[in-house]
Structure formats: C-alpha cells, structure tokens
Write a protein that binds this ligand. Structure first.
Ligand code: NDP
Length: 409
C-alpha cells in the first residue's frame, strides 16, 4: 500500500446525524476529499445532506441507495465509484459486511463503533480483530473506532503516553453531555444502539481483571459527582464502553481503566420504565399476527438524533484523566474537549454528540487519505501516531486542553 494511488475519493455509508457532520467536514476540505459519495439505505436522507452541503459549502457530492448488508451489491457500488476509503457511519450491525466488501474490492475501511450482532446485545472487538490477517494479506487498512469515544479518547491516551508520561497507571474517561434538547426523552445517537449500550451490565479493568458492577439503571450502580470544566458538577455513572477493551490490550501496564458517563435522573427514570414495560427488548414479539421487535418500534417513535440540533443548548465535555509516572514523579493530567451544541448546529446541522463523532471520523479519514496513517491490517486508533490527529482536532473544530488535576479515587 502506498500514498501514490490515493486520489481523495471517499464513500460515506449512512446518512444519520454522524454522517451529516462527517460529510460536511469532508466537503470543507476539498484539497483532500476530492470526490464524496454518500451511500445509504434511504436515498432521500442522502439527498437532503447533498442539498445542505451545496447550500453551505457550494460543493456537489454524489448520492446512492444501498443496503450495506448486501455485500455483492455494496462491492458493486465500490467497484463503480472506486473510492480510496470507505467510511462506515451506518450502524454497528453493518461493520462486518462493509469490511467484507472492502476486502473484496481492496479498499481501506474506517468506522466509529465496533461490531454488534443484531440478536445479542453484546459488543466487542473480537469479531473485527479476526479480520487482521485478511486485511494484512490484501495490503489494506481497517481503522476501528474513529469517533470521539472510541476515537479521540484513544488518541488522547496515545498522545499522553508519547508526550506526557513514561507510564500510565490509572485511566478514567469521562463523558459529560450537559446539554438540553427540550424533548421529554431522546437519545443523542441511534436510539437502538444507545439503549442497548446503556442497559448492559458494567465492567471496568482493575488489577489485571474485569470487575463487574450493576447496570446504570439497577440498584447498586456506581456513580459520583464530578465537577466538569465549563459544565459544573454532574452525576457520572460507571459504564462499560468499547474503547476500554482495546486500550487495556494496547496500552500495557494499566492498573485501572474506567469509563464514566453523565445521565440525568429524568433519562434514567424513562429508561427504567421503558425497560420495565418491555420496550427495550431486542427479541421479536407477536402483535396481532405481526412480528415486532420492541426496541425497533421505540426507535421509530423517538426523535431522530439528526433532528435534535435545532434548539439544543449547552455543552459536551469529554476527556481523560490519567495518573502515571514521568521522570520518576507521579503526575495526573486531564485532557479534554468542550463542544457547544448551538455552535455545532450552526456549522453542520446536528447537535454536539453527532459533531464530536463526525469530526474525528473525517480526521481519521484524512489521516488515511494523506498517508499519515499507513499499514496493512486492522488497527485501533491508539496504535497509530497521534500527533497529526491531535493537530487536526484543533484545526477542524474540536480543540483540546491539558491541565494538571487531582488523581481520581
Ligand atoms: P443514525 O441512526 O442517525 O444513522 C444511521 C444511518 O445508517 C441511517 O442513515 C441509516 O439508514 C443507515 N443504515 C442503517 N442500516 C443500513 C444498511 N443496512 N445499509 C445502509 N445504510 C444503513 O445513527 P448515528 O448517525 O447517530 O450513528 C452512526 C454511527 O455512529 C453508529 O454506528 C453509532 O454507534 C456511531 N457513534 C459513535 C460514537 C463515537 O463516539 N465513537 C458516538 C455516536 C455514535 P436509514 O436512514 O434508512 O435508517
């Protein structure tokens, strides 16, 4: 693989909130992203993004209808458009099918969420790591998890290890959404994926083993109030998140790794009721002769995450607190980004949760297309050099800060 063949052609799969942001950001960098195709299941959604990009950036992008689970049809579309890179912003269910189509056509792959089988609420990297040898032999790259978390939080860790620490012992990732969207209940990214994630049992890494604790809506869930920069104190819940798996395996010697996310009492109460009445079930139920999956029906009833931007106020604050050693001293550093919902909406349409995912998806794509990241095989983002990506965050809308901090208990 080399950079000489790269012509800056990107195929973006999906047309939800994250894809809307990523496509806008790619369109803003025409010197790298020379041709853009949005391929998704519902063509009208791709066409709406195309119209917005024409209005905001004066650029034309192409659109195509595709079911990404149909691997031969997707491989055919890739053959027709001949992208240098496929950016998967559909759902985690599509990851393996899109990777298969990339392998068949010899095109690099990048995504923001790890594979999850539709019929089991379980996510882990094992399924995608199993493609390592196939991607290596084909001489192409699969970059996994180029969103914010996973994504930027992995790069923050790699950057800290490269520039701030000799060794990281304790890692805490803290994800705060201190915004208000004005709906009684809504999720900030795909409701089905979001609810499956947050209703699961929790794990964190400590002393060489995974420690299990109750799900965020169960008795005994672990939470504490953390005082976030610009957002103030927010109740933060221990949650299992996919980057813990890859960071624990790639950042050697971590004594503890935890992930925390803020939730309001209102959100948790709604979720408990939905769970208690069976609306979060992922199996089929019979309703008057029709087969219905309750969580899919719930998704159809809730606001589309891409539509939440108008009127969303407040900020997201996401970052890592790390304690470790530097030149024989124990130090703690906090690296974080603050993103404003209203500014995100003004620039690209969706709210800050989609913005903080779509921007790193564009930056990761830019790293591959410009040859900053090269390789053959399957990579988690912390395995790749962080420096240019960190520069990209400052340049393309997600500036970060590093401050001293107290170690977390
Ligand atoms: P949305 O539900 O808003 O959008 C998903 C899009 O994928 C929709 O346009 C949908 O089409 C399309 N799609 C679904 N199935 C198929 C298929 N079989 N073939 C083609 N297109 C399909 O989701 P979001 O934009 O909120 O999230 C996108 C991804 O980003 C998800 O995987 C999510 O987990 C991930 N994410 C990652 C984060 C991170 O920080 N790493 C944070 C937030 C999200 P249709 O319109 O027809 O339904």
């Amino acid at each position: 693989m080399g950079t000489t063949k790269m012509r800056g052609r990107i195929m973006i799969i999906g047309a939800g909130g994250v894809a809307t942001v990523a496509t806008h950001k790619c369109a803003q960098v025409p010197e790298v992203f020379t041709e853009i195709l949005i391929a998704t299941r519902t063509l009208s959604k791709a066409e709406a993004i195309k119209a917005e990009i024409r209005r905001r950036c004066g650029r034309d992008v192409r659109c195509a209808q595709i079911d990404a689970d149909d691997v031969p049809a997707l491989a055919g579309l890739i053959e027709d458009f001949r992208p240098d890179l496929v950016l998967n912003l559909a759902l985690p269910y599509q990851d393996l099918h899109i990777m298969d189509a990339c392998l068949e056509t010899g095109v690099h792959y990048i995504d923001t969420a790890n594979y999850e089988p539709p019929d089991v609420a379980r996510f882990e990297y094992g399924w995608q790591w199993a493609y390592q040898e196939k991607f290596r032999q084909k001489g192409i790259m699969a970059v996994l998890g180029s969103g914010f978390d996973p994504g930027v939080t992995n790069v923050f860790t790699a950057y800290a290890l490269k520039h701030l620490f000799d060794k990281i012992d304790y890692l805490d990732i803290l994800d705060c959404n201190a915004g208000t969207h004005g709906h009684p209940f809504a999720t900030n990214f795909n409701p089905e994926i979001n609810i499956r994630e947050v209703t699961q049992g929790v794990r964190h890494w400590e002393a060489g083993a995974w420690v299990e604790t109750p799900a965020i809506i169960e008795e005994g869930s672990v939470h504490f109030s953390f005082d976030y920069p610009e957002a103030g104190p927010r109740e933060s819940y221990l949650l299992y998140h996919e980057e813990l798996e890859s960071l624990v395996s790639h950042i050697k010697g971590l004594k503890r790794a935890r992930f925390w996310m803020t939730f309001s009492d209102n959100y948790l109460n709604h979720l408990r009721v939905l769970r208690d009445v069976g609306m979060t079930r992922i199996d089929e139920v019979d309703y008057e002769g029709c087969k219905v999956v309750p969580i899919k029906l719930l998704k159809a009833l809730l606001p589309e995450p891409a539509s939440l931007g108008a009127g969303y106020t407040g900020k997201t604050v996401i970052g890592n607190i790390m304690t470790g050693e530097k030149d024989g001293r124990t130090i703690t550093r906090y690296i974080y980004n603050v993103c404003d919902h209203e500014e995100a909406f003004r620039e690209t349409g969706p709210q800050a949760v989609a913005y903080t995912t779509g921007v790193p998806a564009m930056i990761g794509s830019l790293m591959v297309l410009t040859g900053v990241w090269q390789g053959a095989g399957v990579y988690n983002i912390e395995q790749l050099d962080p420096d240019k990506f960190m520069e990209g965050l400052n340049r393309y809308g997600l500036p970060w800060q590093i401050v001293e901090h107290e170690p977390l208990p």
